[in-house]
Ligand binder design. Structure first.
Ligand code: SF4
Ligand code: SF4
Length: 416
């Protein structure tokens, strides 16, 4: 009998071997739709990754641009009949690029010295709020001074999120359900969510309490690491994952609830970064999916009379496969006229800081979406991720739409 042949284990990036070059992913890719260039399509990027891995191409400036032009939206994964795990391949490839070329110093500084420390992130968020509320922002915009001296920064400044002072939830605290609890969940409070969208976190806790769950908010939790991971800073992301894994109880909680889909996707994929994270990750659930499963539609009794649409965050739809639960909950609210918006499953162009690093392309993608939102004549557009929320609010302003853009937790809270 011939000895068994030992196969070398595949690396993550060798997922390109699953690609059969069928091209079914092309039309789902936002960068391909805008640019029409094969190398800015999933298939083209897969081809480039393989060529690099097999030593047929070095990492050139053009190669880097094609890789970083990808929004990591993972729409190609949903479209792919061959199961190509594009997101993890891309993150791995970006890690290799950074190993060879180093990260941009500002990105490295922010990812290593701001995001992992909740109080520093909180301080940065408060400075942003002061800038807006002190009148300084209005002055900068009215005089056009920034646009004259640094047009790039002025474009970034135009994107600063509307973020009034909002108190988030208290970490290290358990919020009790009224009456006898049917279970306990842990809340991932997030960095952006608890600093810039504190109302959403408080609404999330109120909904979970109303559904009959005690909500524990573990102390010492930090940013999930998604932005660092998407940027290719794998070790930074791994460090954040380890911190969070040490802070979250797994035994004794029914679920780990997340209300930011980018964070949810990251937490669910911790096992790709850290060994032994499976038990934690298996409990991660988006708040909309959890509430729908808990039959929360019965609690939605207060009418909200409005034409309401829903925009899928990519990392909820493509990375976590959640599409129906948020729609079912919205439809269950008395008075809501639910409208399915064309292209709701397409990326809004936010993608973390993509709207700052690739502003022109991001705006093209956003403009296409906002035209379809306009055609739907909505009163309210609901979504489930902070980046999408800020981008769509900006899109509404940019297109002069009289449209409220809100988070699903905040919206549902109006109906209980
Ligand atoms: S992740 Fe999104 S932007 Fe990147 S290749 Fe896939 S579909 Fe295109
Ligand atoms: S759909 Fe999948 S198999 Fe087909 S070209 Fe795209 S990545 Fe390759």
């Amino acid at each position: 009998m011939s000895p068994a042949v030992q196969e070398e284990p595949r690396t993550t990036r060798q997922g390109y071997l699953d690609c059969i070059h069928c091209g079914l992913c092309l039309s789902s890719c936002p960068t391909y739709r805008v640019l029409g260039n094969e190398m800015d399509s999933p298939r083209g990027r897969v081809h480039l990754m393989r060529a690099y891995d097999e030593g047929r191409t070095p990492i050139t400036d053009t190669f880097v641009e094609h890789m970083f032009r990808c929004l990591d939206c993972r729409a190609c994964e949903t479209a792919c009949p061959s199961g190509v795990r594009f997101g993890t391949m891309m993150e791995d490839m970006r890690g290799a690029i950074l190993d060879e070329r180093g990260a941009d110093p500002l990105t490295r500084f922010v990812m290593n010295h701001v995001f992992p420390y909740p109080w520093r992130f909180h301080l940065a968020a408060r400075l942003l709020q002061f800038y807006r509320q002190s009148g300084l922002q209005s002055l900068v915009r009215a005089t056009g001074v920034l646009a004259r001296i640094a047009p790039g920064y002025a474009a970034a400044e135009a994107m600063t999120p509307e973020a009034p002072l909002q108190t988030g939830v208290q970490t290290g605290h358990t919020y009790r359900a009224a009456g006898r609890a049917r279970g306990t969940v842990a809340l991932f409070s997030g960095c952006v969510m608890n600093s810039l969208l504190g109302d959403v976190n408080r609404a999330t806790v109120a909904l979970l309490n109303r559904a009959g769950f005690d909500v524990a908010v573990p102390d010492g939790q930090v940013c999930c690491g998604a932005l660092a991971n998407h940027a290719g800073l794998r070790d930074t992301a791994r460090g954040m994952a380890r911190k969070n894994l040490g802070r979250f109880p797994v035994e004794g909680v029914d679920a780990v609830i997340v209300n930011a889909s980018g964070c949810g996707a990251m937490l669910a994929e911790y096992p790709l970064l850290v060994e032994g994270a499976e038990a934690f990750s298996s409990k991660v659930q988006d708040v909309s999916a959890f509430l729908a499963r808990a039959s929360f539609d019965d609690a939605l009794t207060r009418p909200v009379r409005a034409r309401v649409g829903y925009d899928d965050p990519c990392h909820l739809l493509h990375a976590q496969g959640v599409s129906r639960p948020p729609r079912d909950l919205l439809r269950a609210v008395p008075g809501v006229e639910f409208v399915e918006v064309a292209g709701a499953d397409e990326c809004c162009g936010s993608a973390g800081v993509y709207n700052l690093t690739h502003r022109e392309l991001s705006m093209e993608i956003l403009d296409r979406k906002m035209e379809r939102v306009r055609a739907a004549s909505l009163d309210i557009l609901v979504t489930g991720n902070p980046g999408c929320l800020f981008q769509l609010r900006y899109g509404a302003r940019r297109h002069g739409l009289d449209l409220e853009v809100t988070h699903i937790a905040e919206f549902l809270h109006r109906a209980v």
